[in-house]
Write a protein that binds this ligand. Structure first.
Ligand SMILES: NC(=O)c1ccc[n+]([C@@H]2O[C@H](COP(=O)([O-])OP(=O)(O)OC[C@H]3O[C@@H](n4cnc5c(N)ncnc54)[C@H](OP(=O)(O)O)[C@@H]3O)[C@@H](O)[C@H]2O)c1
Length: 236
């Protein structure tokens, strides 16, 4: 019997945090993983940490349609298919009341966390077929409002709406769409939000990564549509 083909897994924001932990988890299963992010140096050190010869890296800014198109042209020419797309790239902003929130901050958060997810999904879909999966990293902030987080909340609520519409569009094609809603996870993003946050109470990125792999492994007749996972201890 022929050996099963390694899955091709594309992870935006794969250079650190939840994206890097998820890249590590897929690579440990023998999958071909492509990580992307804006910073070439951080991507290289992430790929070096993973120590798999099935790690590839492509510099990509999810806010930039041309950068996204080029990235998926490269993926098409190197691999020709995508089995798992993890839309994970994201940014936060310092806790700020609306009247003090700068328009450029608003735009950066919306363009990264919402428009970026649409641009990447649009470019990836021609390479995806029945049996493939899209995991959109939202947040508990996609369903729960937090004071001082208006741009982040708006982008994540919007991204949940996008995810739900996408799921309905792709049902007939046999492409599963999973909304991932993690609670507080110990990553560098907290430096942007709240530098003094009690990071020791948060989940590890590896825990979120394991939940993603578990959700993807559901039998083909079923789909985990929403995956909410949070720390046992309260953080916020
Ligand atoms: N940590 C939490 O508590 C938590 C909870 C719920 C959901 N999330 C979500 O999880 C996702 C990952 O966050 P994290 O906590 O792992 O944060 P992180 O450690 O700061 O990682 C963010 C990743 O996104 C990349 N990125 C940022 N802007 C980008 C852009 N314009 N284009 C391409 N890549 C970009 C970063 O790389 P470059 O800077 O090099 O581009 C980095 O690899 C985000 O969507 C976040 O909203 C996090």
């Amino acid at each position: 019997m022929a050996a099963a083909r390694a899955r091709v897994v594309v992870i935006t924001g794969g250079s650190r945090g939840i994206g890097l932990a998820t890249a590590q988890a897929f690579a440990a299963q023998g999958d071909q993983v492509i990580i992307s992010g804006r910073d070439a140096g951080r991507l290289k050190s992430a790929a070096d940490q993973i120590r798999s010869d099935q790690i590839d890296k492509i510099v990509c800014d999810v806010r930039d349609p041309a950068s996204v198109e080029q990235t998926f042209q490269q993926i098409d020419s190197r691999y020709g298919t995508i089995d798992v797309l993890f839309n994970n790239a994201g940014v936060a902003h310092a806790l700020t009341p609306v009247e003090k929130l700068a328009p450029e901050t608003w735009r950066e958060v919306m363009e990264t966390n919402l428009t970026g997810m649409y641009l990447v999904t649009r470019a990836a879909l021609p390479l995806m077929g029945a049996g493939s999966s899209i995991v959109n990293n939202l947040s508990v902030a996609a369903v729960q409002p937090f004071s001082g987080m208006s741009a982040y909340n708006a982008a994540k609520f919007g991204a949940l709406g996008f995810t739900k519409a996408l799921r309905e569009e792709l049902r007939q094609k046999g492409i599963r769409v999973i909304a991932l809603l993690p609670g507080a996870t110990n990553t560098e993003i907290w430096q942007q939000f709240w530098p003094g946050a009690p990071r020791e109470k948060m989940m590890k990125s590896e825990t979120v990564a394991a939940a993603i792999l578990h959700a993807i492994s559901a039998p083909s007749e079923a789909s985990v549509e929403e995956l909410m996972i949070g720390p046992t201890a309260g953080v916020l």
